[in-house]
Write a protein that binds this ligand. Structure first.
Ligand code: GUN
Length: 299
């Protein structure tokens, strides 16, 4: 059996980042504008600290300004909302991202709703989710945006294809389903209460898995030739690497599914790198819209 094409997320992300850097250079040269991204971290969640560091580095590497606001977990909701108000009114800040999860005493929804929708580069504000659901042009969350780019590259024409999204989160599952619907796929959303997940999977020409369960999708669940996008980021024990060692795996049994799928993303090196690249793309898009500037579609 032919092996699946391995979708190189690092390479695709590099291309996106180069296009963003070209767009940023154009804005600087012709309009004297340097896009700025403000990232807010509350608390010391180790995974969030790594994300924030990588986002900051990628932002400056693309030629944009990066503003980091770090607070200890005791920051009050009121003070966080005050900061967002300041960032909303700051012309040097074109994009605002508040890293999730927030400490329990802070209401995520309240905080996200406080971000100016035109600066909401995560695409989490209800204005942006509403625009996506009604076919409008808002800001789209980076992870599903990156997944769609991969699907488009490897699945050919999407119109009429069966797409299954497993997972119904606001960050990935729901926006992913909306994006695939916009491309005229026949979209199903599977979740923990789905009765026969295997049967749903076997119908899917496009399968996007975003639940956080290692090996949820096994070889016998995949339609031959399907495009499989694994959004899972699970850290599991890896005794083979030594005592106490761990490794990162997705939600798909990669070794089995790669013999059946037409194309598949690895973990790591698949969806992950595309998330930050698409965040930068969103920051450029937001800046251009705020300034009434249109760039070529590929930047
Ligand atoms: N936490 C995990 N993923 C994300 C993301 O895409 N954006 C934000 N703001 N927080 C996250």
């Amino acid at each position: 059996m032919a092996e699946a094409k391995i979708i190189d997320g690092k390479l695709m992300a590099q291309e996106v980042r180069e296009n963003v850097a070209t767009g940023v250079a154009f804005l600087q040269q012709h309009h004297g504008i340097t896009p700025g991204l403000a990232v807010v971290l509350v608390g010391d969640n180790p995974a969030s600290q790594i994300y924030i560091r990588n986002k900051g580095r990628a932002t400056t590497a693309a030629g944009m300004k990066s503003f980091e606001h770090r607070f200890d977990a005791g920051l009050s909701e009121k003070d966080l909302l005050k900061l967002i108000e300041t960032l909303n009114g700051d012309d040097n800040v074109n994009g605002i991202l508040v890293q999730l999860p927030l400490p329990d005493h802070i209401d995520d929804t309240k905080v996200i709703s406080a971000i100016a929708p035109e600066k909401d580069v995560d695409g989490f504000h209800v204005i942006n989710t509403g625009l996506l659901a009604t076919g409008g042009d808002g800001l789209v969350p980076g992870t599903p945006l990156g997944c769609l780019m991969m699907v488009k590259k490897y699945a050919g024409s999407l119109s009429g294809k069966n797409a299954l999204v497993i997972g119904r989160s606001n960050i990935v599952g729901k926006p992913m389903a909306q994006l695939l619907l916009k491309e005229s796929c026949t979209v199903t959303i599977g979740h923990s209460k789905t009765r026969d997940l295997k049967a749903e999977c076997l119908r899917a020409d496009i399968l996007v898995v975003a639940v956080g369960v290692p090996n949820l999708v096994t070889g016998d669940m995949v339609k031959p030739g399907a495009v499989v996008i694994d959004v899972g980021q699970n850290i599991i024990p890896a005794p083979e690497k030594g005592e106490g060692k761990t490794r990162l795996v997705g939600d798909v049994d990669f070794d089995a599914v790669k013999n059946i799928a037409g194309a598949i993303t690895p973990v790591p090196g698949g969806v992950g790198p595309m998330t930050i690249a698409c965040l930068l793309k969103n920051t450029l898009t937001a800046t251009c819209r705020q300034q009434g500037i249109s760039l070529k579609e590929d930047t």
